[in-house]
Design a binder for this molecule. Structure first.
Ligand SMILES: NC(=O)c1ccc[n+]([C@@H]2O[C@H](COP(=O)([O-])OP(=O)(O)OC[C@H]3O[C@@H](n4cnc5c(N)ncnc54)[C@H](OP(=O)(O)O)[C@@H]3O)[C@@H](O)[C@H]2O)c1
Length: 285
């Protein structure tokens, strides 16, 4: 077993990673923000010195897309410079780094699946901070011979618990109120659990996948309205829901109209078929 350190262990993805049952439990070190604060180089150094992992999975992030417009400094401290600190320290210590990024690095103006060689053009602080983080990792590992990095961009992450779109729909659907749900944004709902399992597989067997940038996701696309209606049907909930445009819900940060990340190259490299978002939702919820 390779020794893995997980950052951001209390988050949606981090908690799924932390719960994965591995044959050798001593191989996994779970760090919340108190144990490892990515904005603080000394804290990173201390945690990596103490636990001596062979690979770090970075699930720590500032993810409040709208609040980031007002808290740009904090968003950048975590997602850009924080990721840079982590990457430089990992690279210097010969530790592999697995990092998670987002569809928000793209403008969403495209109308065909985003591939890893499409040019990022974030429209808000969150997306920009994540893109800066991606670039900081590439720079930190430039010329590294003892370690390597993987970045997995994902979109529309949800889980059977916590705060995410699926849980919001289940709560609102149960309230009996009439709902208006956005039908002009396209993406593919992606569950945190299967993503966590794939990240851990790569952490344990780095030969599984060439290092670099990958897009992870399900087969789609769908709109938020499609996703909500599929959840209601799956849960046999009779909800009065109508589709609406994004303009019905003005937000400080612009939402990408098109967020569908092409999952095929990654799945091909892993020798698997991508799962349809609806099948995955039925398993997860
Ligand atoms: N959620 C989505 O829809 C979505 C979509 C695309 C991509 N992503 C990406 O997927 C990854 C995981 O997202 P998620 O949904 O699991 O996010 P999340 O639930 O917000 O979890 C992020 C975690 O990072 C921790 N954190 C924040 N600042 C930190 C710091 N300075 N040092 C260490 N830890 C810190 C948070 O700690 P506290 O608990 O103490 O706040 C939290 O536990 C992120 O990289 C995100 O950008 C998410």
């Amino acid at each position: 077993m390779r020794k893995v350190l997980i950052t951001g262990a209390n988050g949606q993805l981090g908690s799924r990673l932390s719960e994965l049952v591995l044959p050798d439990e001593a191989s996994v070190v779970v760090c919340d923000r108190k144990l490892l604060d990515v904005t603080n180089s000394a804290s990173i150094q201390e945690a990596l010195d103490k636990f001596e992992p062979e690979v770090v999975i970075n699930a720590a992030a500032y993810t409040a897309v709208d609040r980031a417009e007002e808290e740009a400094e904090l968003a950048r401290a975590v997602n850009s410079s924080g990721v840079g600190h982590l990457a430089r320290i990992c690279s210097a210590k010969g530790i592999d780094l697995i990092h998670v990024s987002t569809d928000y690095v793209f403008s969403g103006d495209q109308n065909e699946p985003y591939r890893t060689n499409d040019a990022p053009a974030p429209t808000g602080v969150y997306g920009d901070s994540k893109w800066e983080g991606e670039k900081a990792i590439s720079e930190a590992f430039l010329g590294a011979t003892q370690s390597q990095f993987w970045i997995f961009r994902v979109a529309w992450l949800y889980d059977s618990r916590g705060q995410n779109f699926a849980q919001t729909m289940l709560r609102l659907g149960a309230s009996g109120k009439a709902l208006k749900i956005v039908d002009d944004q396209l993406g593919a709902p992606t569950a945190a659990g299967p993503l966590a399992s794939m990240l851990m597989e790569v952490a344990q067997d780095p030969k599984l996948l060439n290092p670099g940038m990958w897009h992870y996701g399900t087969l789609g696309p769908a709109t938020w309205y499609d996703f909500a209606m599929a959840i209601f049907a799956h849960k046999k909930m009779d909800v009065d829901a109508t589709p609406c445009g994004s303009d019905a819900y003005p937000t400080p940060a612009k939402r990408p109209a098109y967020s569908y990340l092409d999952p095929h190259p990654l799945m091909q490299a892993l020798g698997r078929s991508p799962q349809h978002w609806k099948d995955q939702m039925q398993q997860v919820l």
